[in-house]
Design a protein around this ligand. Structure first.
Ligand SMILES: NC(=O)c1ccc[n+]([C@@H]2O[C@H](COP(=O)([O-])OP(=O)(O)OC[C@H]3O[C@@H](n4cnc5c(N)ncnc54)[C@H](O)[C@@H]3O)[C@@H](O)[C@H]2O)c1
Length: 276
């Protein structure tokens, strides 16, 4: 997408973190916005932060609910006349091993992180194909190419999002719809705080603090990198220096790097368990 000014952009997970910063920065580029989230209060706060000279509609949508996502796509076209871009950004995670996680929680993560992106893509695609210069932006993660312990549901879902993006890039090659697969490293947002953790409250609190210390990229910076990726029609957008390093190491030493991450994770976890 060469220009964002005057374009109609639909965005999920707009009530917090990267989604909120994307909404603010897209508004500054002059885009009209159809914003959605399950969090009504967060969405309202985001809307209040936007400049006044664009058209904004807000919608309470659970991306894991297919009917709600399709209804939102129809309402977006009704409210704005057309839609040029969908950014499938909403996400959640869990902190639990594959052995201990209940199917209910695995499905919660997978339904939001993968099916939410699939529904958003399929619901908006017929509308996007009618536009001369359209874009689908699906947020995966570095966990779309490397997995870490106690984060399995999220890593499985983010790998699936990456596969979906690669498939779409091949299948939509000769259309007006471009696809950007986004892979952030650590970004300071509410994602760890909102995780369903199987650890004690004390350990989860420590995990939140250490995530916020390690996460090297602010949500504002992440949003500006993603927007640059859209404007340059990048097929793959890494976000943050850590993402660049993780991408390189996971390609040069796929097994050794994965083993090393597992080893380091176990060490930190054993230390935390000993101290609480
Ligand atoms: N923060 C990171 O380090 C990081 C790293 C890689 C990828 N990501 C991805 O970036 C995206 C944005 O996450 P964030 O870090 O800004 O987290 P965040 O928790 O700050 O924001 C996520 C938003 O998604 C919304 N949401 C949750 N469940 C929903 C549902 N069922 N339907 C609709 N909306 C829902 C939340 O209400 C929230 O507003 C996610 O896809 C996440 O997986 C984040």
């Amino acid at each position: 997408m060469k220009n964002l000014n005057g374009k109609v952009i639909a965005l999920t997970g707009a009530g917090s973190g990267i989604g909120r910063c994307l909404a603010i920065q897209l508004a500054q580029h002059g885009s009209h916005l159809s914003l959605s989230d399950v969090d009504e209060a967060g969405l309202k706060e985001t809307k209040e932060l936007l400049s006044q000279d664009i058209v904004v509609s807000t919608h309470i949508v659970d991306v894991a609910d297919r009917e709600q996502v399709y209804a939102w796509a129809e309402n977006t076209v009704k409210d704005h006349g057309h839609v040029d871009c969908i950014i499938n950004n909403a996400g959640v995670t869990s902190i639990a091993s594959i052995e201990e996680i209940r199917y209910e929680d695995f499905n919660w993560v997978f339904n939001v992180v993968f099916y939410g992106v699939l529904y958003g893509t399929k619901a908006f695609l017929p509308h996007l194909k009618q536009r001369p210069d359209a874009h689908i932006v699906n947020i995966s993660s570095v966990n779309g190419f490397v997995a870490t312990p106690r984060n399995g549901a999220y890593a499985c879902a983010k790998h699936a999002v990456k596969a979906l993006n690669q498939t779409l890039q091949q299948e939509l090659r000769n259309t007006s719809v471009n696809i950007t697969s986004v892979h952030p490293g650590g970004v300071k947002t509410n994602i760890a705080r909102n995780a369903r953790s199987y650890d004690s409250k004390e350990i989860h609190q420590e995990q939140i603090v250490s995530f916020e210390q390690i996460a090297g990229t602010s949500a504002e910076k992440a949003a500006s990198i993603i927007i640059k990726g859209i404007l340059k029609n990048r097929k793959r957008q890494l976000v943050g220096f850590d993402a660049i390093v993780i991408d390189a190491l996971s390609r040069i030493f796929p097994q050794k790097f994965s083993d090393m991450l597992g080893f380091l994770h176990d060490r930190v976890r054993r230390k935390r368990m000993k101290n609480t």
